[in-house]
Write a new protein. Sequence first.
Length: 335
Amino acid sequence: WDELYPLPVPPSWVPGAAVGMLSLHFIQKLLFPYFWADLRYLLKVLSYGLRVEMYRLRGRVVTVLDKFVRLAEKQPHKPFLIYEGTVHTYRDVDRRSNRIAQVFLQHEALEKGDTVALLMGNEPDFIHVWFGLAKLGCVVAFLNFNVRLRSLLHCVSSCGPKILVVGADLLGTLEEILPSLQRDVSVWVMTKDSTFPSVHTLLDKIETASEDPVPVNRSSANNLKSAVLYIFTSGTTGLPKAAVISHMQVLKGAAGLWAFGATAEDIIYITLPLYHSAASLLGIGGCIELGATCVLKKKFSASQFWSDCRKYNVTVIQYIGELCRYLCNQPVVSG
């Protein structure tokens, strides 16, 4: 039978090619163990960049704020922020930011492109004010609340804001700089009443404001390179300096969690200050890119960190600098 029907003999190069492929496989595993994972990540990042470039070529700029508004329509009841046990859904945040936009639309002559400075700590209203002003097409300057007096005044004057919004827990800081503030800066505080002369209250006006969205053309972006935020350096080597953040940079920052594999089912724990790009762009922006949920902490607490993670079923944490060292130095707690 074998003589009548001889088995086909493979070409002489096949065994050599097979040995070569196996050798390459073992070399790759030995010297480049993460090659395929890195390649998948690179392709994922390139696909995101291509998507943004297609938006640009079509003249259709889709910002992170646009994505948030769509999510508020698509998943209105999904938790967006969890703060001190209180849940704020996507719809809640969208509607409250609309109220804030309506207040400034009625009480201030803000124009698209005007700058508004924000001096607030980590709290939901930081995000509500940020989004509300963004819906008016304003450039928002995030002020570091740890900076005081001369340095803080320098930050305010350098970004040239029409309005300064101050959180209720930072009225002492406002009192220090109020006499030296430029007269053309309108000051608003996140309270229902104020003892400061010529200072406007915001909280009372939010309660009676309309939840209707402001005209879309106010927030629409014509250029991905146009400024949308000012984020200041810490000022450790001199006076703080403002980094100009464009729509493109916000989009890139917001894609970080997605690029590293986070999904819409994740719960992200943010303990970093929102005036920092890590918390605001990568954290809040990242949640929006994913359509996920964020647990926001007033400030970092090493002793409460892991208990918070268990309480809220956190799946992704954010850290910079020494944060992990502080956590590792905490005593082991059973249970």
